[in-house]
Design a protein around this ligand. Structure first.
Ligand code: F0G
Length: 398
């Protein structure tokens, strides 16, 4: 059953619908009424579909690349310096290099169940890379709209290489998404942006995996970057479902981090409001989260307020510095948007808003190689030398 989060109107599972016909708000899938214990999941292979009883599509038809089951890495160096117990959930280890694969395995399976022939999305890059791959696997036509000149190279390469019809839109992500949504509402294609509630049914498994990795316990806090606000909503839904099933006895504070030039949710949170005023011309080096009008803002505000969490923003300088800090101290390479979660942790800890000794999971959402240009630009150039062994020895002298 699909349900409107605002007015409660219900829709059938097989209805192709993205927002509530009655009040225009966003939709979510009602949790399945299943009788399942933790032991069922424990003995299965570590991937997203180990939770198939809790995923509302026909798993026998699944379009999968073995996504999920990503590394959950304890980071004692950074954690020690900041005075917290830190784990990093490395979503860049998914098949196309971002957490979007979790949403797409479920969303594209739903597309196949519905019998559609064309899928589409607007994207800052990762969604398009992921959808292109899963659509290729399912044999569906795929159309993606990208904001012109603002998509990191790795992501663009993936979308093109997997055979999507890539259309560069003269406008930002918000404008591209408006256009894509209009076409979807006129049934030109099946929309696989995160406004489609089936996407979030895949992404909620990040929450499941965090809890299971900790031995069926919640951390004190989950920190993650926020753009269109689907992922924070999805992780909160997953964690809340496990809580309702009695799998653990507390829930984490959901902590969203935005880039300063694209932070409508932080602005709303700092006003103590749930009403998000769009940012007209969003701008940040973290192009993945260069979004001014997040479609899932209402769900995100619920996640933040209901969990006693918060939302903060960080500058591009803080993002780039956190990206390098994580790479050079823990060996984890992430794209700029993902480093926002580490930058946010540092900022909130320095401000005293995160307590000493908290157990924290930072979700890092995409791989370093998604945005090779930004990575190269923030390093000094390699030294050019001949292969003469004496010259090389001089370089290695400490
Ligand atoms: N991190 C990365 C690497 C992303 O690609 C995105 C979103 C986010 C964080 C934010 O997640 O939108 O659920 O709040 N990327 C989308 C895209 C918008 O088109 O790839 P969110």
């Amino acid at each position: 059953m699909i349900r409107c989060i605002s007015c409660g109107e219900e829709y059938d599972d097989d209805e192709v619908i993205y927002t509530c016909d009655k009040c225009g708000s966003v939709l979510e899938i009602e949790p399945l009424d299943v009788d399942v214990g933790r032991d069922v999941f424990e003995c299965r292979k570590d991937c997203l579909w180990r939770y198939k009883e809790l995923i509302p599509v026909d798993s026998s038809m699944r379009v999968t690349l073995d996504e999920g089951g990503t590394p959950f890495v304890r980071c004692d160096k950074i954690g020690g310096e900041l005075g917290v117990d830190l784990y990093v959930k490395v979503e860049g280890s998914n098949p196309t290099g971002s957490f979007k694969d979790r949403g797409m395995t479920v969303g594209v399976t739903k597309a196949v169940e519905l019998g559609v022939d064309t899928v589409g999305c607007a994207s800052t890059g990762n969604t398009s890379a992921s959808l292109s791959a899963y659509a290729a696997r399912a044999g569906l036509r795929c159309v993606v709209f990208l904001p012109s000149g603002k998509v990191a190279l790795g992501k663009l390469a993936q979308a093109m290489f997997h055979g999507a019809e890539v259309i560069s839109i003269d406008g930002n992500f918000d404008e591209a998404l408006d256009a894509m949504t209009s076409l979807a509402c006129e049934r030109y294609l099946y929309l696989l942006n995160s406004i489609n509630p089936y996407r979030l049914e895949g992404q909620k498994t990040i929450g499941y995996e965090i809890v299971q990795s900790l031995g069926w316990r919640s951390p004190d806090r989950v920190i993650l970057p926020v753009g269109n606000a689907g992922n924070i909503s999805a992780i909160w839904k997953g964690i809340s479902e496990f809580y309702c099933l009695g799998f653990m006895d507390s829930k984490p504070m959901m902590t969203g981090i935005q880039a300063e030039g694209a932070c409508p949710i932080t602005n709303a949170f700092k006003r103590g409001s749930r009403d998000v005023v769009p940012v007209e011309n969003p701008e940040t080096i973290a192009t993945a989260i260069r979004i001014g009008a997040p479609v899932s803002y209402a769900k995100a505000m619920n996640a933040i307020y209901d969990s006693d969490g918060c939302c903060e923003s960080v500058s591009d300088e803080e993002i780039l510095s956190a990206q390098k800090y994580l790479a050079r101290n823990e060996g984890i390479g992430v794209e700029p948007a993902s480093a926002a979660s580490i930058a946010g942790l540092i900022k909130l800890r320095n401000e005293g808003l995160i307590d000493k000794g908290e157990e924290i999971v930072c979700v890092v959402t995409g791989h370093l190689l998604k945005d090779p240009n930004t990575a190269i630009d923030s390093c000094s150039k390699p030294k050019e030398v001949s292969s003469n062994i004496d010259d090389l020895k001089k370089l290695l002298v400490k």
